[in-house]
Structure formats: structure tokens, C-alpha cells
Design a protein around this ligand. Sequence first.
Ligand SMILES: Nc1ncnc2c1ncn2[C@@H]1O[C@H](COP(=O)(O)OP(=O)(O)O)[C@@H](O)[C@H]1O
Ligand SMILES: [Mg+2]
Length: 159
Amino acid sequence: MADLKIAIKNPSLDEGCRGIIFPAGDDLVVKILKREERGDQLVDEYNIQKELYLGKVRVPEPKGIVDVFLEDYVFNKSLFLKRDQKGILMQRLYGDTLEEIYHNRDEKFGAYIADCREQVDLARSLGFRPGDLGIHNAILNQKDGKAYLTDFSEWENTR
Ligand SMILES: Nc1ncnc2c1ncn2[C@@H]1O[C@H](COP(=O)(O)OP(=O)(O)O)[C@@H](O)[C@H]1O
Ligand SMILES: [Mg+2]
């Protein structure tokens, strides 16, 4: 996967305080960091996501660290982003965050939360120390009707 270079020419899907998510081909997205990296933050985040995935915690399947190139449309409307950088390639989820659906929640909402708590408990039992567990970091994937944990930028693996 290391020699794969992804050209980003479409607008982002969403962003948080640290990262921006771009569509990247069929059923994939790439996450790049908005701030200059301290150390190997992106690789650390990728490794946590991969270990969680292998431990059967429900997270978007991580595909690898890739080289990303921002095409003019994206590059010209960003003040500071570097044109060439690394990104995390992963499975694309189709749906809103639990925070977004909270306001129009139905009777299934409680089950999504309970399920996320189970995922977090499983992660803890595998030795992970979770980071930002706000419901803005869980996405209800319309493809399978399941809630996925996302965003491992502040997670740690204690093992
Ligand atoms: N795999 C994904 N597929 C689709 N959208 C995603 C995916 N991962 C994250 N997102 C969207 O992008 C937003 C920002 O991603 P996130 O990893 O939380 O970035 P940050 O580290 O900046 O908080 C999320 O709130 C979510 O809406
Ligand atoms: Mg986030």
C-alpha cells in the first residue's frame, strides 16, 4: 500500500478538529491531519485502528497509510495544508454521527449507545485506553444498520 498515491480532487465529506475526511474511490475515504504532525501521530492513529479492527471492535476497516496529493480544487481553497502528505485510507461509512441523529432519535437510539458501550468495553479489555468518546465519534452506518467507533487520534494501546 505504501506506493499508492491518492489524488484528492473532490470536496471533503466532513472534518473534526484534527482531521479532514475525503472520499477516495469506491467505498473508501482518506483522513489527513489538519495540523502539523508531532512525531508519528498519523501512524499511531492508524496502528490503533488496525489493532482494534483485528480485535473485532467495530471500526471502519483500515486499509493502510497512503501518500495523498491535493489537486488544485482542494489545495487552492486550503490556506495551510501541504500539497503532499500522508493519509489513512479506510472503509467509508455511509450515515450520520450519533450526535447528528440524537435530535431526531427513535426508539433504537438506546440500543446504538449500548452497542457502542460494548465496543468500548471490548477495546478496554484488549488493553486500549480510549480517547474522545463523545457520540460525535460514532457513525451509524446505513449499509448494515450498525454503529461504528471512529477517530482514534487520542487513543492509547497500553500493551
Ligand atoms: N470512515 C468514515 N467514513 C465516513 N465518514 C467518516 C469516517 N470517519 C470519519 N468520518 C466523518 O468525518 C468526521 C471527522 O473525522 P474524525 O476522525 O472524527 O476527525 P477528528 O480527528 O478531526 O475529530 C467525523 O465526525 C465523521 O462525520
Ligand atoms: Mg473526531
